[in-house]
Design a protein. Structure first.
Length: 157
C-alpha cells in the first residue's frame, strides 16, 4: 500500500482543487526564470521608490496552480477552469489578505513577461502597488509549447 500513497495524495489534491494538476509541466529553467521575473519586478519597484516584494509560499502556490490550470486548458484567464477567481484561489491556499492583485499572461520568455507587464498600465499598477508587500510567481508549459505566467501580489492580514 505505501507505493500508492503519492498517487492517493495527487488524487486527493485533484479532487479538493479541480485546478490542481499533478502532471503540470514546468519549463526546465523555471527556477531561473522565476528568479529573473522576481528581480525585474523588484527592480521596477526600486526605481519607483518602493520596497521590494518578499516571496511568499502561499502566494507562489496559488500562482503556480493557476499557471498550471491555464496551461492545461491552453488559454489564459483570471478565472480558473473550475470558475475560481483570485479571492477563491487565495482562500484555497490559506492566504488571508487585506490586499491582493494578479497579473497573468502567455509569454515566451521571463524578460518578455516582466517587460510586458511593466509596459501595460494596469499590470504595472499591480506590480507597483504600495498596498502589497509580498508576491508569488508561477510558470507552466502548455501542450501548445507556450509559457503561462501568473504573478500574485498580496499583503497578509
Amino acid at each position: 500500500m505505501p507505493a500508492f500513497r503519492p498517487l492517493l495524495l495527487s488524487l486527493a489534491l485533484a479532487m479538493a482543487n479541480p485546478a490542481f494538476s499533478a502532471d503540470c509541466a514546468k519549463p526546465a529553467e523555471a527556477k531561473a526564470m522565476l528568479a529573473q521575473v522576481t528581480a525585474d519586478i523588484n527592480g521596477y519597484r526600486q526605481a519607483a521608490g518602493l520596497p521590494a516584494l518578499v516571496n511568499d509560499k502561499k502566494l507562489a502556490k496559488s500562482a503556480q496552480a493557476h499557471a498550471c490550470d491555464m496551461a492545461g486548458q491552453g488559454q489564459f484567464s483570471h478565472f480558473g477552469s473550475n470558475g475560481s477567481d483570485l479571492v477563491r484561489r487565495l482562500k484555497d491556499v490559506g492566504y488571508r489578505f487585506r490586499s491582493a492583485n494578479e497579473n497573468i499572461g502567455r509569454f515566451r520568455t521571463a524578460k518578455t513577461a516582466s517587460d510586458w507587464w511593466c509596459n501595460s498600465a494596469p499590470h504595472r499598477a499591480n506590480m507597483l502597488s504600495p498596498k502589497i508587500d509580498e508576491m508569488g510567481l508561477g510558470v507552466a508549459l502548455g501542450a501548445d509549447q507556450q509559457l503561462y505566467w501568473v504573478m500574485v501580489g498580496g499583503a497578509a492580514k
